[in-house]
Design a protein around this ligand. Sequence first.
Ligand SMILES: [Zn+2]
Length: 132
Amino acid sequence: MVDILDKVKQRIDKGVTVVSVKSKEMMEVAKIKNQLSVLRNQQENVLSGLGELVYQMYLQNTFNEEKIRNKCEVIALLASQIQEKEGDLKELHLRAEVALGKSFCTTCDSELPVGAMYCSRCGEKIAEYEKP
Ligand SMILES: [Zn+2]
């Protein structure tokens, strides 16, 4: 009797751990995704500003390379920040997997069998992801 209770309790503890690890991960993921969309918006704004700037220069027939370069540097900076945040997302995902000893699809978040190459629910390729 005690055995069964212990097993049930263990299972509940495990469930709570999975839920807490996953919910903590999801909160952080939501935060980073938010930052990512802000960065992507900024990048898009600067990109369209650059296009306008170049066109104005064309109209006035005065190309100012330094101005173009400055805008490009801002875009490159944003791109590297975006890359960093994407890396953070992957790291978060990996850390949750390590903590739980399980793999999850990066797209639909369903649990993956060990060594799976594709997600059985959404078909996302995951082989690439497993590489260190
Ligand atoms: Zn999936």
